[in-house]
Design a protein around this ligand. Structure first.
Ligand SMILES: [Zn+2]
Length: 345
């Protein structure tokens, strides 16, 4: 057994020279629960793929103090499985009979570290409430509410959604009967995306990040002053969530989230309902609703140009790396359900 304190310096080379068969790491925080998952990707890149296990601070202390020459670990393992994710989509027809679609989305999946109360139970609750509200008061534009799956594992749900629509669009446009002038596909009609991710945390502050027309950020800033809702606005920046798949396909976005909550964050076992604040969630949800009413529904024409600035396009490309995120095979089928409930006369 050889001990290292970190993977800094020449430790990496020495690690390889020992031809380690396994890696045991020790949690730095005192926590009763054992670490679930794999060692992080940085370590994996540096030392390669070998069996690894992480101990609690208490167990690790005992191990270091006794420094045995040999040790036996009993580890419960779970095999990785290939599974199918699902997006849940609800369409609401707008009253102006146009084709433009405004997508209002949130991912509903979580990570294994925690139940995901605010990341993203909060956002999911937010879009369900917005769907309820607009069903009651109607909408000028077609609204599409989407609860995406597989966000945490690499925005799989939103990538599949965008890819499916874009592939269909590209195919239609190749058809010789498609009249190029003035005709658009369902994909083309995707005008704008509102994304709710990490909502309702008790601590921290509310934030918004835009990618698209500069007027989007300006409208949020102005509106926050008008109705006195404190919100940080970042303009034309990357927000690592489902919006990225849309941004890649040059669909502008506005994402709302909560930040500045210290260790009580998402992707930890602290992401529980006790750290959420229903009143705060209702407050920002109300802000989103009023912003949509004021800057989308009430406008004579859609106020934001469908454009992503060049710097934004480069940043999005860089975020995805060299690979085209939409170049993979989407398996599974698209099922459409019609609301069969008849209205009472
Ligand atoms: Zn999230």
């Amino acid at each position: 057994m050889v001990t290292f304190d970190s993977f800094a310096g020449d430790v990496q080379d020495r690690f390889h020279s020992y031809k380690a068969a396994a890696l045991v790491s020790i949690q730095t925080q005192s926590s009763k629960s054992h670490f679930r998952g794999t060692y992080n990707s940085v370590a994996k890149r540096k030392i390669g793929s070998i069996p690894s296990v992480r101990l609690t601070l208490d167990d690790g202390r005992k191990l270091i103090h006794n420094l045995p020459e040999k040790m036996t670990l009993k580890v419960d393992t779970q095999e990785e499985k290939v599974t199918t994710g699902h997006n849940v989509i609800a369409d609401m027809k707008g009253s102006d009979s146009g084709h433009d679609i405004i997508v209002i989305c949130a991912h509903y999946d979580s990570v294994w570290q925690g139940p995901g109360a605010f990341d993203n139970g909060g956002g999911t609750a937010g879009i369900m409430e917005l769907a309820r509200v607009y069903k009651e008061k109607g909408s000028k534009y077609n609204l599409r509410f989407i609860a995406f799956g597989g966000e945490e594992m690499g925005i799989w749900g939103s990538k599949a959604y965008v890819k499916r629509l874009k592939d269909k669009s590209d195919k239609i446009k190749k058809d010789k009967h498609f009249e190029k002038d003035g005709l658009k596909t369902e994909f083309d009609y995707h005008r704008f995306l509102v994304n709710l991710d990490m909502m309702g945390h008790l601590h921290g502050r509310s934030c918004a990040v835009t990618l698209g027309d500069t007027d989007i950020a300006a409208s949020v800033r102005l509106f926050s002053k008008e109705i006195r809702y404190a919100i940080n606005v970042r303009e034309n920046e990357i927000y690592s969530s489902d919006n990225m798949a849309f941004n890649y396909a040059e669909i502008p976005s506005l994402s709302f989230y909560r930040c500045g909550f210290g260790d009580l964050g998402g992707h930890t076992e602290m992401d529980v309902i006790d750290n959420c604040n229903p009143a705060g969630l209702a407050h920002i949800g109300g802000f989103v609703e009023k912003w949509i009413d004021r800057y989308i529904q009430a406008m004579h024409q859609f106020p934001f140009a469908k454009t992503i600035p060049e710097a934004g396009k480069t940043a999005v490309q860089k975020w995805f790396g060299e690979r085209n995120p939409l170049e993979y095979k989407v398996e599974g089928s698209e099922k459409r359900y019609k609301d069969k409930k008849k209205k009472k006369k």
